[in-house]
Structure formats: C-alpha cells, structure tokens
Design a protein around this ligand. Structure first.
Ligand SMILES: C[S@@+](CC[C@H](N)C(=O)[O-])C[C@H]1O[C@@H](n2cnc3c(N)ncnc32)[C@H](O)[C@@H]1O
Length: 258
C-alpha cells in the first residue's frame, strides 16, 4: 500500500516556528527506515514532544496511515505558534493529532503514564548559555544549554514514565550532546538502544537513536544491543556505534518535497 510523508509545500510556517531542516528529515528517515517494525509494533498512542511545524507528527501519521487504524496521535510544544502551525500542517494533509501547548508533557503525566507506544523527539540540542533555554519563540527551537543537554535531560525521565512496556523512543542528538552518555543513562533505566540514522558533516554528526525496554525482546531481535549492566561504558558505546552501519546518507530538502 502506498504511503507518504509530509510535503514541504503543505507544511505551514511562521517566523517564530522551526522550519523542517536536516534534523527533521533525519528523524522522518528513521521512521521510514523502521516503518515495517512500526506497523508490526501496533502502536495505539504516539507522542511527539516539540512538534514545531508539525512535519514529524504529520509524517508519522502518514507513514503509519491506513495500515495502523485507530492510532491516537498527540503533539506538544511550548511555543503556541508551533501548536497553531502544526494544526494547519496536519489539516493540509488530512490527518489528525491532539495538540497541547505545554512544557514537554506537563499536565499529561497521569493520563499518559505507561501508555505511549511511540515517542518522537527532535529537541533543542544546540549548546548555548543556560539562560537562553526556554525563551519564547524561535530561540526555544535550538537553545539546549550546557552541552545542548538541558531539555534532553528533562525529557529522558519523562519518556521513561510515559512509555508503555513495549514503548519506543526516537531521539535526535548531536555528537556534542554526548549521545553515548545518553544511551548509558537510558541503559540504567532499562533501555537498549540503536542508531537508526546517522548523518555527518565536517563539524558535526547527528544521530537518531531508538530506545526500547530490555523486556521488549521482540524488538528487532538481530539488532538489539545486549544488556550487560556490568560492561564498562566505553565497551557499551563501541558496541552500540560499531554494530549499526549508517542507514542513509545526507539528503537534500528537495528529496523531501513530494
Ligand atoms: C528542533 S525544533 C523541532 C521541531 C520539529 N519537531 C521538527 O523536527 O522540525 C524543537 C521544538 O521543540 C520545542 N520545544 C523546546 N523546548 C520545549 C519544551 N520544553 N517542551 C516542548 N517543546 C519544546 C520548540 O519550540 C521547537 O518547536
């Protein structure tokens, strides 16, 4: 059955809202690369934190499409303009999500605890002075504080609380965010991880990392990182980063425009 992703020309915009960029495209590519697994996963609740223009949540709804009927989509953003723009983007593509203007998932903890089957996050990850984090408008799209980790480090425990037993988290990170340390933190919470997409430039390397609980042994059996809580950190990351080859290479915006 044919499926689509969000079309750039139908993605609404606003000067204070993050336009889909290479990181957004990498996350959608990760979802596309994992589409068959996502369909076999039979999610009932999908959540995006930091929806911006709506490009990701709209693409996810289109990628799963008719083959995953009855999925409920929720997207949050602190930026009220982003929530409005996401609503327009969803409508332009004929798909629906519940949109909430909130900080990560504030106010949703009780309702969503243990229920989210797929969570997608392209967070503000650029290292900035701490006082730039959480500012109003477009600055909140990138300002990530020290090592770009301020918002990421707040999202991780919330993701752990919201994800269902079979829940998956797809998270965009840069090398300067120390993704290996993020994986170790999640490992201590009981999550395995793998890199679904990696993109490199001369200056930076971007990863889309997928996390799932160890108990979800069904997930992608061959590619699972073996849990070994006593392994030294370096060994874990060597294992993580060496086991999974690059799944796709840089793609220009034009490849995503239809
Ligand atoms: C890098 S942009 C990603 C936008 C969109 N998901 C994409 O990939 O194109 C990060 C988004 O996170 C939002 N954001 C920043 N801090 C947030 C927070 N604490 N809670 C929810 N959303 C937040 C920003 O407003 C922005 O829309």
């Amino acid at each position: 059955m044919p499926f689509r992703i969000a079309q750039i020309r139908l993605v609404s915009s606003h000067p204070e809202v993050y336009e889909p960029c290479d990181d957004s495209f990498a996350l959608v590519d990760a979802l596309l690369a994992d589409r068959n697994h996502l369909l076999e996963h039979h999610p009932t609740l999908c959540l995006e934190v930091g929806c911006g223009s709506g490009y990701i949540i709209t693409s996810l709804a289109l990628i799963l499409g008719q083959e995953a009927p009855g999925v409920h989509y929720i997207a949050t953003d602190t930026n009220p303009h982003a929530v409005r723009v996401t609503s327009e983007t969803l409508e332009a593509h004929g798909v629906h999500a519940e949109l909430i203007n909130t900080d990560i998932a504030l106010g949703l903890e009780k309702r969503l605890a243990g229920l989210v089957d797929v969570m997608v996050v392209n967070p503000p990850y650029v290292p900035t002075p701490e006082d730039e984090v959480g500012r109003e408008g477009i600055a909140s799209s990138w300002a990530g504080g020290e090592n770009g980790r301020s918002v990421i480090d707040r999202i991780l425990p919330i993701a752990d609380n919201l994800l269902s037993d079979k829940g998956w988290l797809y998270l965009v990170t840069l090398t300067c965010n120390n993704p290996s340390e993020i994986c170790l933190q999640m490992r201590e919470r009981g999550y395995a991880s793998r890199i679904v997409v990696q993109r490199s430039t001369e200056e930076e390397s971007l990863h889309v990392i997928k996390f799932w609980r160890y108990l979800d042994a069904q997930e992608d059996g061959k590619q699972m990182v073996t849990p070994n809580k006593t392994a030294p950190a370096r060994g874990v990351m060597e294992s993580l980063f060496s086991q999974f080859p690059l799944l796709s290479s840089w793609r220009s915006n034009s490849n995503h425009s239809s």
